[in-house]
Design a protein around this ligand. Sequence first.
Ligand SMILES: Nc1nc2c(c(=O)[nH]1)N[C@H]1C(S)=C(S)[C@@H](COP(=O)(O)OP(=O)(O)OC[C@H]3O[C@@H](n4cnc5c(=O)[nH]c(N)nc54)[C@H](O)[C@@H]3O)O[C@H]1N2
Ligand SMILES: Nc1nc2c(c(=O)[nH]1)N[C@H]1C(S)=C(S)[C@@H](COP(=O)(O)OP(=O)(O)OC[C@H]3O[C@@H](n4cnc5c(=O)[nH]c(N)nc54)[C@H](O)[C@@H]3O)O[C@H]1N2
Ligand SMILES: [Mo]
Length: 825
Amino acid sequence: MENMKEKINQRRRDFLKTSSLGVAGAALAGGSLTAGSLQAKETAESRTVVTAAHWGPLGVVVENGKVVKSGAAIPAPIENELQSVVADQLYSEARVKYPMVRKGYLTGNSDRTLRGRDEWVRVSWEQALDLVANEIKRVREKYGATGVFAGSYGWYSSGALHAARTLLHRYMNVTGGFVGTKGDYSTGAAQVIMPHVLGTIEVYEQQTSWEVLLESTDIIVLWGANPLTTMRIAWTSTDQKGIEYFKKFKETGKRIICIDPVRNESCEYLGAEWIPLNTATDVPLMLGMAHTLVSEDKHDKAFLKKYTRGYEKFEEYLLGKTDGQVKDAEWASRISGVPAEVIKTLAHDFREKRTMLMGGWGMQRQRHGEQAHWMLVTLASMLGQIGLPGGGFGFSYHYSNGGVPTATGGVLGSITANPSVAAGAKTWLDETSQYSFPLARLTDALLNPGKVIQYNGSEVTYPEIKLIYWCGGNPYSHHQDTNLMVKAWRKPDTIIVNEVNWTATARMADIVLPATTSYERNDLTMSGDYSMLNIFPMKQVVEPQFEAKNDFEIFAELAKRAGVEEQFTEGKTEMQWLREFYQTAFTAARNARVTMPKFERFWQENKPITFETSEKAKKWVRYEEFREDPLLNPLGTPSGKIEIFSETIAKMNYDDCKGYPSWMEPEEYAGKVTAEYPLALVTPHPYYRLHSQLAHTSLRQKYAVKDREPVLIHPDDAKSRNIADGDIVRIESPRGQVLAGAVVTDGIIKGTIALHEGAWYDPLNPGETEKPLCKNGCANVLTRDEGTSKLAQGNSPNTCIVQIEKYRGEAPEVTVFKQPKTEKL
Ligand SMILES: Nc1nc2c(c(=O)[nH]1)N[C@H]1C(S)=C(S)[C@@H](COP(=O)(O)OP(=O)(O)OC[C@H]3O[C@@H](n4cnc5c(=O)[nH]c(N)nc54)[C@H](O)[C@@H]3O)O[C@H]1N2
Ligand SMILES: Nc1nc2c(c(=O)[nH]1)N[C@H]1C(S)=C(S)[C@@H](COP(=O)(O)OP(=O)(O)OC[C@H]3O[C@@H](n4cnc5c(=O)[nH]c(N)nc54)[C@H](O)[C@@H]3O)O[C@H]1N2
Ligand SMILES: [Mo]
């Protein structure tokens, strides 16, 4: 039965089966087993290699030179199936095998609308590299560095050295510069507003320790957060501990509340109370709670006075003094769909009990997304628990194991985007180019060179982009309004993509260079992002498949053609780089009086290093120092306090972001549907993939419905359209149309459907119609491409209305996971 709930229950049963370690161990028979994990080992018949990926430390079993199995190298608290498909990734039918050039590009490039539907021609590496090097040189000479766009957003693969995007930037920097990007798709709105409110970006910061939460927190609120799903991976590699802590909290029997349009995997697994709400209505819901507190005089006035600024201005708005609208629980209920009584009760409970509001990020990936997190901080201020053990708010408990205490040890060095910057860990938000624009405005920039837009109090002018180079990302999966992007993508002269697989982005390029997976090269990674708990060896498992090369090699070759190979490689080989990165950690660890093995031994033993965690780290409370003494430990805001009113933002005078958090109706949501498009769409992150990564593996069989992306629909909405569970459906928005497979479930609020992000775009007859049908179900074919506001210009996919119907007739086959058409010239 293709039913979401059934699948979640199945997962629960699978979990119960595998949680006793003996059973998990047996399931992984083949490698050497220690408590349900695969350790490095070599016998006459088989070899187990320890490596790692975003989805954690992996043991990979090789027999006769081929990978036959993979699994956790350190036991996972809940089985992580993402770890089991190394072989599928290596030997996929979707792999780019050779350097390929689009036929029409080779024969004069007179018709750029052929992108995405032309034939491909295999060329030699020499030919491909010459072509790329010469074209970049031509564009730079003619248009300068601003003609070359290499923002190349994406999640590529873990690794301190083979970091696809960083390597591209490094190559671009040593050869003459490029246009880069500002921000990311994850927290586009929050990361720009939070510094005004709290003085830090907040979303990528360590959280109050889980050890403190276990002891002090009474209520956890998963406010639009789904950690069971989103912590199956981490930006470096998951330390797997965050989920373990959620599990422990659940075992204490304390309350967990989930405020979400979807009864998501975390809600199900943790047995949380589900408060369904309409997508994009969190601000009214929070205002309703805030109003309840004020009207009963229960807000923490002492906290507001001592630690915040501008509350009075916000209160005037809350009470309707500025716009005549009282934001009480009844008003909030009409918009959010949450009963007024529930709103009031929650407000009381949060005030009386030690409550941790864990905010996810889906609610800021929408128009006016800045307001949700600002309002959440405001509500938390009124509750007065910020800086107390286990209370307040946290914006990273669902991501990369936030709240897992930081270990004492060493942190690996890593390759830099600019050789003149010394090696060391840098965050991906650091700008590496001289020119940049907010990344979610990509289509707008391609279509409107020279246009000036507002961004966080400044102006940004779009460059004229003549060449795009993408390495380690998949914009045809991640960017909003695919059909508009197809048009924009026709503007540049040349598009180059390094890819492992024939993703839609590779298919839309002119030149495609085959990249290795991380299992075909040597690397190192930390785990946890915040915990820095482990160093994982990422040992090469097999030889590169077909003619795939490492991005490092590709860019070294290209740099050589520009006469700057030495600057790019610094004369170091793969293993020399790794030894150096390791040494950085070794030295730091020694300074912290922690011993690490010498590199040679570490590499030869092929075992993860796990650092110890201090008692101090376990007791760490975010904002504790600020609470103790706000004058001695002020925040990085202009007032040094939490800014409920921001003078800085008010002075920008933006109509779409005022000086205090407020409710601005988005253009499309459940409260603003039309007869043609009567439903709202939400696009959460998928359980069995990392965005588009792993979509081509056998994991697809666990969720696909009639070989399409599953769409969650409420039984009432399905019934009125004659849609049954398992039906193929057609979803249409003002911007595009896709096929999907219906999952009829009461686990979604009525009036909204959910289609996860990350499906591979697979158009039927591309270029021939205005709204070509995506056969597979890529959510972004439907979504809107508009900035969150003039402040952050973040992406806003969760602002979207649609219609859905049963698909009649023969559904076209999904073809995007196969090789594209090739030809000999
Ligand atoms: N509708 C909607 N859209 C969204 C979101 C949403 O919530 N809703 N979420 C947004 C968010 S938060 C994000 S982060 C983005 C994610 O968007 P992306 O980060 O672009 O998505 P990935 O699928 O991780 O793409 C990574 C690509 O890199 C390739 N790759 C892997 N390893 C290597 C390597 O070593 N070398 C090279 N050259 N390539 C490699 C993979 O094959 C894959 O195609 O999507 C955004 N889009
Ligand atoms: N397995 C897996 N893990 C991942 C990823 C992945 O693709 N797969 N992606 C990684 C990346 S790059 C990122 S940025 C993070 C993403 O982390 P998030 O952005 O937090 O993830 P989402 O799934 O977009 O949203 C989380 C929850 O919010 C709900 N939601 C959406 N809109 C609203 C709203 O308006 N209000 C409320 N209250 N809830 C809403 C969704 O239904 C979902 O249950 O996850 C990371 N982890
Ligand atoms: Mo993200």
